[in-house]
Ligand binder design. Structure first.
Ligand SMILES: Cc1cc2nc3c(=O)[nH]c(=O)nc-3n(C[C@H](O)[C@H](O)[C@H](O)COP(=O)(O)OP(=O)(O)OC[C@H]3O[C@@H](n4cnc5c(N)ncnc54)[C@H](O)[C@@H]3O)c2cc1C
Length: 424
């Protein structure tokens, strides 16, 4: 059976021994080079610059980037992953993991209160400090050492810093201290840079310093009141979580809740939130934002009313993290969602892939990881000289010699991407 990385469970120290053992981790090192093929000297450093060559460069070590690299390495390719923040990405630290952790305690309490025999035993409210401590543990206190360890065990090299394309198959990584590393890909570059919260252009909104999903999921001081702009999944989840933590919550949604799902689903969620005391305002929009004399946030609404709250959470959608990515160096506009074919390859390029949130097909970790496994396979098969049709199915594989390459070809034949087809 194939090994599948579940990055969302890969907290600090939680995956000892996970992955293969052919590489020994270097203690203390976060920037490592296991298997680069030298362009000149792989460790050469001139004026704070070095250059390395790999089969595959992955930009972004979220759950998707980790899986693309892992799959390609399992097929015998060399891979390096570039990360500017925390290895594990949004999901592990500011999205799936902390949001579900914040929801869980309240869900268990409500379930107990629904069952005779259990409800008599429940005499208090949530312990807010304990809920936040549990959330902190789930995010490994925003420490990615466990996931770095996993990368090391999986044989994936890591370069920390901001990655930018500089041309065909080349990426420059700028570290926090300003030093740069130039990476060259023999076969492919996979952009897995994810998405960020969209801040709508409502007058005054940026000035009131609203929360995004990052501040909400990483909250340390629970506010007395919270106004949530947006009635999608993030808005509905955070309304549920913060109501459970004792916050007075108002949701402001342009249409109904959970747009994109069957209307009855959103209506059921709205009813459940109202039953718990959340104010749900649908069919309204915020037209302006400001602070009042006490420094509290005020949202003016399209129905002529206003909401005052300690904090405002903006949950109105996502934007691609493709600004400052060097897209202009290959003739693309920055800030765009990267349009891919069904093999996850960016249209118009034979070496550039975009996987996960950044291609805008399905902004979910499990969907992104599914894409990642398909992309890793496709990149490996093409690197062996094989052909892949538009649906991601292997149609011809040609061995090109070299131990790792023969192994990859064999694996592709045994377990080709047809078993994990990628569809929209
Ligand atoms: C509040 C919230 C809750 C969610 N809950 C769920 C859930 O329960 N289940 C689910 O399936 N999905 C959930 N999602 C969606 C999920 O978080 C994303 O779909 C997932 O994180 C996308 O993975 P990714 O690897 O594509 O991108 P990301 O996780 O965003 O990772 C991208 C990585 O790339 C790095 N990066 C970006 N640009 C550069 C650069 N130029 N150089 C170097 N590194 C760079 C970033 O630092 C980041 O680490 C949730 C989202 C939110 C906002």
């Amino acid at each position: 059976m194939r090994r599948v990385l579940d990055a969302r469970r890969a907290g600090a120290g939680r995956r000892p021994g996970h992955g293969r053992t052919r590489w020994m981790p270097r203690p203390g090192g976060t920037t490592v080079a296991r298997n680069p093929s030298p362009v000149s000297d792989p460790l050469a450093s001139v004026d704070g610059m070095s250059e390395r060559e790999y089969d595959l460069i992955v930009i972004g070590a979220g759950p998707v980037g980790e899986n693309v690299a892992d799959r390609a390495v399992q097929s015998g390719l060399t891979a390096v992953i570039v990360e500017s923040e925390l290895v594990g990405g949004e999901c592990s630290y500011w999205a799936c993991m902390p949001s579900k952790a914040l929801l869980r305690s309240g869900a268990v309490l409500r379930a107990a209160r629904d069952v005779d025999g259990a409800k008599q035993a429940v005499t208090g409210d949530l312990d807010v400090a304990a809920v936040l401590r549990r959330r902190d543990a789930m995010t490994s206190d925003w420490n990615d050492s466990g996931q770095v360890q996993w990368l090391e065990g999986a044989g994936i090299d890591l370069v920390r810093g901001h990655g930018r394309l500089t041309g065909e198959k080349t990426v420059r990584v700028t570290a926090a201290d300003g030093t740069t590393t130039d990476l060259v890909a023999r076969h492919a570059v996979a952009v897995c840079t994810g998405s960020a919260a969209l801040l709508p252009g409502i007058p005054g909104l940026a000035d009131i310093e609203p929360w995004t999903s990052r501040e909400a999921t990483a909250v340390q001081n629970v506010p007395g009141s919270l106004a949530i702009l947006g009635g999608g999944v993030v808005g509905a989840e955070m309304a549920t979580a913060f109501e459970g933590l004792g916050t007075e919550v108002t949701i402001i949604a342009r249409s109904g809740l959970l747009g994109g799902t069957e209307p009855f689903a959103g209506e059921l969620v709205a009813d459940a939130l109202r039953a718990r005391g959340v104010t749900v305002k649908t069919g309204v929009d915020a037209t302006a934002a400001r602070r009042d004399d006490d420094g509290r946030r005020v949202l003016e609404l399209s129905d002529g009313t206003s909401i005052t709250a300690d904090e405002v959470l903006v949950a109105t959608g996502r934007v691609p993290r493709t600004t400052d990515l060097g897209l202009e160096s290959i003739g693309l506009d920055e800030g765009i969602w990267l349009d891919v074919d069904d093999t996850l390859r960016v249209r118009g390029f034979d070496w550039l892939y975009a996987v996960g949130d950044v291609n805008h097909r399905a902004l979910l970790t499990h969907q992104g990881k599914y894409q990642a496994r398909a992309a890793g396979d496709v990149i490996a098969v093409r690197a062996q000289g094989g052909a892949v049709d538009a649906a991601g199915d292997v149609i011809a594989v040609r061995a090109q010699g070299g131990r790792g390459r023969r192994r990859a070809v064999g694996r592709a034949r045994r377990d080709p991407p047809t078993t994990t087809p990628f569809h929209r």
